[in-house]
Ligand binder design. Structure first.
Ligand code: GUN
Length: 291
């Protein structure tokens, strides 16, 4: 039976470490780090996410603000708002909540975020830095997965890792982070042949496809570490991951639950990234951040 990778507990510990370093930042600079979240439109899930992000900032001693724009906002207005935030001294993190309204060019908006304040790590500059092996600001969800692997002291050197999913937000950066730790990485996706057989070779299996219960127990190598990034709603309205948890836990050595696994880690890593961006912008020595 697998041990549980308790995202809530690991995230709480990381948030406490961030809060302590925020205190240090305030003492050294005389100001709080600040995150500004831009929400365009009225997507119900996004409303909840942005509120949680801003609240988590305040709880860690940072400033957190949400800028709400109507679903009818023009591309020009949205770009102007992102540009204004990127020019303010007190703004360390700028996050544009996705998805954006359909008439908006998402890439253009993400490219308008100042790369030094891009706490989501979605700007091509930061994506490129990760690709080049010099990561700066790294997307929060894959960073949270790496923090959980560190917590479980999983040895990645030479390990076989399979990532199911190839999104820019999770799958691709996850693969690059695992590769940077010397794992042998396979990126699987909806077109992958013999997906079950590929997964059964994995010492570390990361599922990020958004298909409830896709990964079955017999896809899991005995002793594997299983990280479930999926958040799906069942017909009964319950949250469930991409992994059949009850089956997979019989085979795995470590497994993340849904909810209470990767989700809380994502927000903790957003706080870490915001502090990291603030620290760099303030010209403090990065070696002294120590997270
Ligand atoms: N929507 C769903 N996930 C994310 C995320 O990680 N960042 C942003 N900005 N929007 C999202």
């Amino acid at each position: 039976m697998a041990e549980l990778l308790d995202g809530k507990a690991i995230a709480a510990a990381l948030r406490a470490r961030v809060a302590a370093r925020v205190g240090d930042f305030v003492a050294r600079t005389g100001r709080r780090p600040g995150l500004d979240v831009v929400l365009a439109g009225d997507d119900a899930a996004s409303q909840v996410y942005v509120r949680n992000k801003a609240r988590a900032c305040e709880e860690a001693g940072m400033r957190g603000a949400v800028h709400r724009l109507p679903a009818t906002v023009t591309q020009q207005e949205l770009l102007a708002r992102v540009g204004e935030l990127g020019a303010r001294d007190d703004v360390d993190g700028v996050l544009v909540q996705l998805p954006l309204p359909k008439h908006i060019d998402e890439s253009a908006v993400l490219e308008a975020v100042d790369p030094g304040r891009d706490v989501d790590g979605f700007h091509p500059y930061n994506a490129g830095a990760l690709l080049a092996g010099r990561p700066t600001l790294v997307p929060c969800t894959p960073l949270g997965c790496m923090r959980m692997l560190e917590h479980a002291k999983v040895s990645l050197d030479g390990a076989r890792a399979v990532v199911i999913g190839r999104s820019n937000i999770v799958g691709k950066p996850m693969a690059l982070l695992l590769l940077a730790q010397n794992a042998t990485v396979t990126v699987a996706h909806s077109r992958t042949r013999d997906l079950a057989a590929r997964c059964a070779e994995a010492d570390v299996l990361v599922a990020a496809v958004g298909r409830a219960g896709l990964v079955r127990g017999d896809w899991v190598k005995p002793g594997a570490v299983v990280i479930d990034v999926g958040i799906n709603r069942t017909a009964e309205g319950k949250l469930t991951g991409d992994v059949n948890f009850d089956e997979a836990r019989e085979k795995a050595s470590w497994i993340t639950p849904v909810p209470g696994g990767v989700g809380p880690m994502t927000i903790a890593c957003l706080l870490e990234n915001t502090l990291r961006a603030a620290w760099r912008r303030a010209g403090l020595p990065m070696g002294e951040l120590g997270l």
